[in-house]
Design a protein around this ligand. Structure first.
Ligand SMILES: Cc1cc2nc3c(=O)[nH]c(=O)nc-3n(C[C@H](O)[C@H](O)[C@H](O)COP(=O)(O)O)c2cc1C
Length: 238
């Protein structure tokens, strides 16, 4: 009888493990490393679960707080909620259903053009927020203008694309800390997705996708052990 009770209890705990994880995260009982262990590239989302506005706002703020080269914020985050639009993106994502089944789809985009206007806007913003005098800002502004102007287009795109990956890493970590599941994705056809979402008309190009939401109870990937090298193989201490 006691054995049966134990089996039933253990099975109940196992089936509700996700709820316990979120509980432990909320109580801040899990360490940051445990939270990073908890996260995984979610293959199957629970279609019925939605992110709260609070959680979504946290992700928006985190994206906006991402540290980017020169502080130039030339990235855009497109948040796609509409299910029917997202259903249409599955075939452009090689059949990966995460884009539609997650609560929201985050699309990390770069600007097709980065020019003098962006630099002027950036330095105007510094001036407004910090009240920094022109005499201090002007030399930096001039230097940045010449750096950006002298970059060939493909180098500029490569540079901007790297910035998108920084934002992706930041968002993935914040998701883990907040108990939100996500799946980083390069597996899609950017040009076709840009046209489908109409973001090409905004002068943007998608670089990465990040569906966010909550894992399905039967996502077999959630139970797989993390595959990582030993620290001794990835860290060099001099
Ligand atoms: C930039 C990037 C692109 C990725 N693209 C995809 C993708 O298109 N589809 C997918 O299912 N997983 C994708 N992944 C997930 C990786 O395969 C996964 O993160 C890696 O195997 C480590 O596993 P873990 O994240 O579960 O710890 C991508 C990951 C990164 C960082």
């Amino acid at each position: 009888m006691i054995k049966l009770f134990k089996i039933i209890s253990l099975s109940f705990i196992w089936h509700n493990r996700y709820v316990y994880y979120v509980f432990l995260q909320k109580k801040k009982i899990m360490s940051i490393i445990e939270k990073l262990q908890w996260r995984y590239a979610t293959k199957k989302f629970d279609k019925t679960q939605q992110l709260s506005d609070d959680k979504l706002n946290t992700l928006k703020e985190a994206f906006n707080l991402t540290a980017l080269s020169y502080g130039l914020q030339t990235l855009k985050l497109v948040v796609v909620k509409d299910k029917s639009v997202r259903e249409g993106l599955i075939e452009l994502s090689y059949g990966q259903r995460q884009v539609a089944d997650a609560s929201h789809l985050l699309v990390l985009c770069i600007q097709n053009e980065i020019d003098e206007k962006d630099i002027t806007t950036h330095f105007d913003t510094i001036k407004t927020i910090r009240n920094t005098p022109d005499t201090v800002l002007e030399p930096f502004k001039k230097q940045l203008k010449s750096t950006i102007e002298s970059m060939p287009v493909d180098k500029k795109i490569g540079w901007a694309t790297k910035q998108a990956y920084i934002a992706l890493g930041n968002l993935m970590t914040v998701c883990a800390v907040e108990g939100i599941d996500s799946c980083p994705m390069e597996g899609f056809i950017p040009k076709a997705l840009d046209t489908a979402l109409g973001i090409d008309k905004l002068g943007l190009s998608s670089v990465l996708l990040l569906p966010v939401g909550y894992r399905a109870n039967d996502d077999m990937f959630s139970d797989l052990k993390k595959v990582r090298k030993q620290l001794s193989e990835t860290i060099i201490e001099l």
